[in-house]
Design a binder for this molecule. Structure first.
Ligand SMILES: *Cc1c(COP(=O)(O)O)cnc(C)c1O
Length: 355
């Protein structure tokens, strides 16, 4: 049985959080002499002299209906990195508890745990990048606090089977976090629809990928109200800047452009994938439900070096589990993808000169 109080690090149950000036008075009107701000303005053309809303309510007001959740089920972070870090700090006792990850996957889960001196138990994905459900469930013990699932997964690009994810959520009493950084490329697979059903489910999404806002640093964490309240208690008080909040509100009024960009990237992905299959140096293109293609080459090191020499930078994943000789290619613009393809074609021709 899932009991949040049993999962939280004991000393946090009685934590009195920092109470900011904007916690103690959240009205908009008045003469504000409570936060030691500069009343005159800023040393920039636009004014940023006032502290931002610590809970970003104007952003959540727009985000909640788009995601089909309540505002109280949302925590926004300085990138997904922030909730990834906060979840470890909220639930894992250093040197005692551990997280469970399914490699090959996103590197930050393990790094965030390691920084806190929290161990990472590993249950690899199968060779086709799906969950070994029985092994995951069998690996969970009283000190397993967080299970990290990434769907669509990075670096493989594919969606994890929904029935497997649900089975894990239903079988364990720790938190199951589904990182949906790439969900806009496979929106029908989101677990957000299950949020009210499972108190141990946490869903992460981000503005860094489909929304095109990686430079703003905003991640979304969706969970039950008590979990969100806990994360709000331990986050830094003003974690999202006022200019970021303003730009997010603009983006959320412009969902259409995000959707159009997603459609264009999906078209580019299919075109790139089709063309890459023509090349003799390409062994496998793993099925992708996101904006990345994990491609297995005959000799990935040679391809990687050749591309780099020509100023095309892809991600070398060849040392990662199940990814021998694999490069991870982010789908680019049509022109960028053409450039990549032309280089790979040239490289192939050099290897096998035509008679
Ligand atoms: C890119 C990515 C993120 C996004 O991280 P941000 O800190 O929000 O930019 C999160 N998870 C995965 C799996 C990713 O690939």
């Amino acid at each position: 049985m899932f009991q949040l109080e049993k999962l939280i690090r004991p000393h946090l149950l009685s934590l009195t959080p920092y109470s900011s000036a904007r916690d103690e008075y959240s009205g908009k009107e008045g003469i504000f002499l409570d936060a030691n701000e500069n009343p005159l303005g800023s040393a920039t053309p636009d004014n940023f002299n006032r502290y931002p809303d610590p809970y970003q309510w104007a952003v959540k007001e727009k985000l909640a209906p788009i995601k089909g959740v309540r505002k109280s089920q949302i925590m926004l972070g300085n990138g997904s990195d922030e909730p990834i870090d906060l979840l470890v700090r909220a639930f894992c006792e250093p040197k005692k508890d551990h997280i469970l990850i399914l490699p090959p996957t996103y590197g930050m889960y393990e790094v965030s745990a390691t920084i806190q001196n929290v161990g990472s138990k590993k249950v690899p994905l199968t060779a086709d990048f799906q969950i070994d459900v029985d092994k995951v469930i069998a690996s969970v013990d009283a000190h397993t606090k967080l299970i990290w699932l990434c769907s669509p997964n990075n670096p493989s690009g594919n969606v994890l089977n929904r029935t497997d994810i649900i089975q894990i959520i239903e079988s364990v009493s720790c938190l199951v976090i589904v990182d949906e950084a790439y969900i806009d490329f496979a929106p029908e697979t989101t677990l957000l629809t299950e949020l009210d059903q499972y108190p141990n489910l946490v869903v992460l999404q981000t503005f860094s990928k489909a929304w095109g806002l990686a430079g703003l640093r905003v991640g979304m964490c969706f969970a039950s109200e008590p979990i969100i309240a806990l994360l709000n208690k331990i986050k830094s008080p003003y974690n999202i800047s006022s200019i970021t909040q303003k730009l997010l509100a603009e983006a959320l009024d412009n969902v259409i452009q995000k959707d159009e960009m997603v459609q264009e990237i999906l078209r580019n992905r299919e075109r790139l994938k089709e063309r890459l299959t023509e090349l003799a140096i390409v062994e496998t293109i793993h099925p992708s439900d996101s904006n990345q293609l994990l491609v297995k080459f005959q000799d990935s090191a040679a391809v990687f070096a050749y591309l780099l020499d020509n100023k095309v930078i892809v991600r070398d994943r060849s040392k990662v589990m199940h990814c021998n000789n694999c490069l991870r290619i982010s789908v680019g613009t049509e022109a960028e993808d053409n450039e990549l393809f032309n280089l790979l074609e040239q490289f192939t021709r050099q290897l096998v000169p035509e008679s």
